[in-house]
Write a protein that binds this ligand. Structure first.
Ligand SMILES: Cc1cc2nc3c(=O)[nH]c(=O)nc-3n(C[C@H](O)[C@H](O)[C@H](O)COP(=O)(O)O)c2cc1C
Length: 173
């Protein structure tokens, strides 16, 4: 699929079929995250791939009751070994930006494979840590359920117009 078609195809899928994701697809999706850029090429993102049904069900309450998180056959728990207090010169946190890039690589790769995904930021990191034995010094950044979208999954995409978000050469928004 053409890159722009992938971008247009991706939407937040909140209903999944009870159908496993092929290992080859999962490997390619994870490879897309491995190739993501990172500040100073530190590559601090790491992933716990959860396919175990019982653990996925436990992740539902860790994700504040979002049932579709456990319904997806795969949940990629995106973590970082980075220092959460380390800021770049621009003042922004390195690990959150690095993680965001890698996670969107995962989401776009999933879309390219005909799969759906949904960023999950509404979750309790301590509960996720406990379920998956993730050490205290590892940041749990985001959850990404992945799977075949069920027919009831609907895109509700609404976006600002380009003129509202882009200006050229001088600030005029
Ligand atoms: C950082 C981040 C956190 C998000 N957390 C959640 C979440 O916890 N639950 C959820 O249903 N959607 C979540 N979303 C999905 C957004 O609601 C969604 O991306 C947005 O409404 C745009 O819709 P679209 O992804 O279908 O284009 C999150 C998205 C991002 C980028």
């Amino acid at each position: 699929m053409d890159f722009y078609d992938v971008v247009k195809t991706r939407f937040s899928v909140r209903a999944y079929e009870d159908r496993p994701v092929e290992r080859e697809k999962l490997d390619r999706i994870l490879e897309a995250a491995r190739l993501a850029p990172s500040a100073k090429n530190l590559q601090e993102c790491c992933y716990v791939v959860v396919t175990d049904r019982e653990k996925r069900e436990q992740l539902i309450s860790a994700a504040a009751g979002q049932r579709f998180v456990g319904q997806a056959p795969v949940v990629i728990v995106c973590c970082s070994t980075g220092d959460k207090d380390s800021l770049m010169r621009c003042g922004h946190s390195r690990y959150t930006i690095d993680s965001g890039i890698a996670i969107e690589h995962l989401a776009l790769a999933a879309a390219a494979e005909g799969l759906g995904s949904c960023w999950i930021g509404s979750f309790y990191p301590d509960q996720v840590r406990e379920i998956l034995n993730i050490p205290e010094d590892i940041e749990v950044v985001e959850l990404l359920p992945i799977g075949y979208p069920s027919p009831e999954a609907q895109s509700v995409r609404g976006r600002k117009d380009i003129e509202e978000i882009v200006c050229y050469d001088t600030w005029s928004l």
